[in-house]
Ligand binder design. Structure first.
Ligand code: MEV
Length: 426
């Protein structure tokens, strides 16, 4: 089997041995053998390095890394590394990306990487007067934090603005909230933003006469958004006994459910986050920050709703879109310390945090399409069962070729249980 370079369409990738998949990656992407080593087994994070990352380290914890194929993002072919323990996620993303190819793949865009640092100002005699004073002197505040991170400043980032809001009623009475807007360029920027909020606190106290209490970044990073859209030609949607129109309309009906019902929206968005988090983790980024931002952003109208939207265009094609905060980086934090994260960034070939953010939202949209397509037709369990059966076989103690043998038997019997796997193993 031969593959041409830089093409993410790898029809037989899933049939290959792991070793051969490595060779394909070497052939088709910018990764080198040292990166492959960092992605396989014991080549990843060493306990000595882990010991410098958090406290009381006793070891490292592994998860599978899979490659989602078929992706085209803004005209570029891209192989997507995903770190996840759940079966069918990588296959789902790859399938949806395959459907998207004939419509030109995914289009994505992002806003500048501006983070928000919050400063809470208490003990003010007159909150409105304090707000006016702070706004009148905002350049002094901005200048005081400009050089907090000289590297970010040199790369063209830094403090962009100061916004001030008054809270007239709260359990502790009126107070001020100042938002320091900080362009963190290719860093996620939590450290820079938190340092900047601490820097400006005394300046804000002097201007307002109040007492600064909290100084911390906001995970509702709604000035650092990434969005994606996709058009799937109607012809691509039919499969098995399902007519293309039935699949298309079924997907829109499923989305409509999530758009009005928070119980369904939570599960719908969980499916999106299956894809989003898997790439966020693969690249060493903070998935809790992304989760918090996503769910807060999608509640901005006052009720919790879907992160995505599915409609039909005038040609009858299925159109999907998504937008969410994407506070990720390609420098700093674990992105550079964790050898597998470094290798995955190389594999993605991204040169900026914005590029990575745009790829991640495309994976979220693809994951959503795969889940809705399955739910609107044959149901989600059919696709899950093969891998689930293999996991049970392994849990029962099966090894080598026994894993597939036992899994296949359980699937053919339609009886996929741990005790059955143990019985078959005996
Ligand atoms: C399972 O991890 C994700 C789904 O529940 C998403 C959805 O229901 O849309 C299949």
């Amino acid at each position: 089997m031969t593959f041409s370079r830089n093409i993410s369409r790898l029809p037989d990738f899933h049939c290959l041995e792991v070793q051969r998949r490595h060779e394909v990656l070497l052939e088709k992407s910018a990764v080198e053998s040292e990166h492959i080593a960092a992605l396989s087994g014991d080549g990843g994070l060493k306990v000595e390095n882990a010991n410098h990352m958090i406290e009381n380290v006793i070891g490292v914890y592994s998860l599978p890394i899979g490659i989602a194929t078929n992706f085209i993002v803004n005209g570029q072919e891209v192989l997507i590394p995903m770190v996840i323990e759940e079966s069918s996620v990588v296959a789902g993303a790859s399938l949806a990306a395959k459907l998207a190819r004939s419509g030109g793949g995914f289009q994505a865009k992002s806003t500048p990487p501006e983070m928000i640092g919050q400063i809470q100002v208490l003990d003010l005699d007159d909150v409105d007067r304090a707000q006016s004073a702070l706004l009148a002197n905002k350049q002094i505040v901005i200048d005081s934090a400009m050089d907090v991170d000289p590297v970010i400043t040199e790369l063209g980032g830094g403090v962009r603005d100061l916004e001030v809001r008054v809270v007239h009623e709260s359990p502790i009475g009126p107070f001020l909230i100042a938002h320091l807007i900080y362009d963190t360029r290719d860093a996620m920027g939590a450290n820079a933003v938190n340092t900047a909020t601490e820097f400006v606190a005394p300046v804000i106290e002097e201007i307002t006469g109040g007492r600064v209490h909290l100084r911390i970044l906001s995970n509702l990073a709604d000035r650092r958004l990434a969005g994606a859209s996709v058009t799937i030609p109607l012809d691509e949607l039919g499969f098995a006994n399902y007519d293309a129109k039935q699949v298309r309309d079924g997907i829109i009906e499923a989305w409509a459910f999530a758009s009005v019902d928070p119980y369904r929206a939570a599960t719908h968005n969980k499916g999106i986050m299956n894809g989003v988090d898997a790439v966020v983790i693969a690249t060493g980024n903070d998935w809790r920050a992304i989760e918090a931002g996503a769910h807060a952003y999608t509640s901005r109208s006052g009720s919790y709703t879907s992160l995505s939207k599915w409609t039909v265009d005038k040609n009858g094609s299925l159109c999907g879109e998504i937008e969410m905060p994407m506070a990720i980086g390609i420098v700093g934090g674990a992105t550079r310390v964790h050898p597998s994260a470094r290798a995955n960034l190389e594999l993605l070939g991204v040169r900026s945090s914005s590029q990575l953010a745009e790829i991640i939202v495309c994976v979220g949209l693809a994951q959503n399409l795969a889940a809705l397509r399955a739910l609107a037709t044959e149901g989600i369990q059919r696709g899950h069962m093969g891998l689930h059966a293999r996991q049970l076989a392994i849990a029962a103690g099966a090894e080598g070729s026994n894993v597939d043998l036992i899994a296949r038997k359980m699937v053919s019997e339609n009886d996929i249980r741990l005790d059955r796997a143990s019985e078959l193993l005996q």
